[in-house]
Design a protein around this ligand. Structure first.
Ligand SMILES: [Ca+2]
Ligand SMILES: [Ca+2]
Ligand SMILES: [Ca+2]
Length: 468
């Protein structure tokens, strides 16, 4: 009725039987040209010396009925002549045999002279009465109807059962759309109602990064760049058809905190003056900055290695101080170092005279209230000072300097200076202040010259030195 062999009811297979044997006018091919659109066969040559399609058959792979969307095997039994190397078979399908719109499936080479059978697989389109066409051509290009003198065109019409379920789908089941990931993540794919899957491909930002040929389909995705990425899965069936999933957008972030530790000064170290505090910091991506703290006070931050700041310890209370660093990575992950306790030991011991008050007139044993050593002035000490005083000339200051017009010799001045120096040195030794500050003026109090009583300078460690 349609001009080609046909199977009226759906079944597991459909075959043309002997009706396609030979080629059109060359024969025998009953009902030639056996092309539902009347495409004529070539008339050159001889039956089974030259080319002909002799039989077509479609069959499901699993024995179920021919169904829309199913992958089926198409057997093309043919005869090839001596020039078989230039022969090709082109395969076409159409979902509606009564008004065929030819879908090109593929081109297949001939592998030998004489009888042979090619069995390509195709996916059946939608349509209740379908047709498959095989074209055997010498040279030329693929077309549903060719004009070569040795070309044969044969059709097979068959009934197809409607697809019972939903169409095949493919979806990425993990990670979820909009998910934030740290490092690599496993991407899993679900394929439903699929024909024979050749493989599932996974794409990130349009580029295939993995393929899996067996279910369950999954692969590891490790983004090379932080930020937004779009994942898509594609299932490719044996006929080359591709189903594509909905895209899944993920956000790759740096979730790993940096590491940081203070390497200098070392814990327990005694420091003084300006100290360089140095830290080691590392990160899986990049360290943004390192902040330094001393006793919870921010000293500063450094954006590049070596990470360090300077710490001015002069003026700080002597004793234990705590250093701390914290590192930020470029994703603002932050991590603190261990605390490092150091000891500030940079200033000379100092003493403050609290009593007697400045310019006070004192006698006998004077109770002193000094920080550190007690300060005591005794009569014996006064006598020692008095002997020195007798040698001193009027007009000289505390160190024995005198105005040049005083008329005294160099020896006297020198002797006086040395004595005063020795007194000061002795006072220093008594207090064990070998490492102490040597600035005498910074530690003593001067009283103005006065005629009342005796004035004393208070020297190192609270020792009381008479003022001459
Ligand atoms: Ca034919
Ligand atoms: Ca034929
Ligand atoms: Ca990090």
């Amino acid at each position: 009725m349609l001009g080609a062999p046909a199977c009226a009811n759906p079944s597991a297979s459909c075959t043309s039987g002997p009706f396609l044997a030979g080629r059109g006018p060359v024969g025998p091919e009953p009902n030639q040209p056996n092309a539902i659109d009347g495409c004529a066969d070539g008339a050159a040559g001889t039956f089974h010396v030259d080319e002909s399609i002799d039989e077509l058959k479609v069959a499901t792979l699993d024995g179920t009925e021919l169904t829309e969307g199913a992958t089926v095997a198409v057997s093309v039994k043919l005869w090839a002549g001596a020039a078989y190397a230039s022969d090709r078979v082109d395969l076409y399908t159409a979902g509606d045999a009564s008004a065929p719109q030819w879908n090109f499936v593929g081109t297949y080479a001939i592998y030998q002279q004489g009888a042979q059978t090619l069995i390509p697989k195709i996916v059946l389109p939608a349509g209740a009465t379908q047709v498959v066409r095989a074209v055997l051509r010498q040279s030329g290009s693929a077309a549903a109807c060719t004009a070569g003198p040795y070309d044969d065109h044969d059709d097979l019409v068959f009934a197809v059962r409607p697809a019972s379920g939903p169409p095949p789908t493919i979806a990425i089941t993990a990670p979820a759309d909009g998910q934030t990931i740290r490092g690599s993540t496993s991407v899993t794919v679900a394929v439903t109602n699929a024909a024979v899957i050749e493989q599932v491909e996974l794409l990130a930002d349009g580029v295939v990064f993995a393929a899996d040929a067996t279910a369950p389909y999954y692969a590891l995705y490790d983004p090379l760049v932080l930020g937004t990425h779009v994942l898509v899965a594609q299932a490719r069936d044996v006929s080359g058809n591709v189903a594509t999933s909905e895209p899944v957008t993920i956000f790759a972030i740096d979730g790993e905190s940096p590491t940081v530790r203070i390497v200098s000064p070392a814990a327990g170290e005694h420091v003084s003056g300006t100290v360089t505090v140095t830290a080691d910091a590392t990160d899986d991506v990049a360290v943004q900055s390192v902040e330094f703290f001393a006793d919870s006070r921010l000293l500063g931050s450094d954006q590049s290695a070596p990470y360090q700041v300077t710490w001015a310890t002069s003026g700080l209370a002597p004793g234990a101080h705590t250093l701390f660093a914290q590192a930020y990575d470029t994703s603002n992950n932050v991590k603190g170092s261990d605390y490092v306790t150091v000891y500030v030991d940079g200033s000379a011991p100092s003493v403050s005279i609290l009593s007697p008050p400045q310019y006070a007139t004192v006698s006998g044993t004077v109770p002193e209230d000094a920080r550190g050593e007690g300060v005591r002035l005794t009569r014996q000490r006064e006598h020692e000072r008095a002997r020195l005083r007798q040698r001193r000339q009027p007009g000289a200051d505390a160190l024995g300097h005198r105005p040049s017009c005083g008329g005294d010799g160099w020896r006297d001045r020198h002797r006086e200076r040395r004595r005063v120096g020795e007194q000061q040195l002795r006072a220093r030794r008594l207090l064990g202040h070998a490492g102490g500050r040597s600035d005498h003026d910074a530690l003593r109090r001067h009283g103005p010259a006065s005629g009342r009583g005796r004035h004393h300078d208070v020297g190192f460690g609270g020792r009381v030195l008479p003022r001459w």
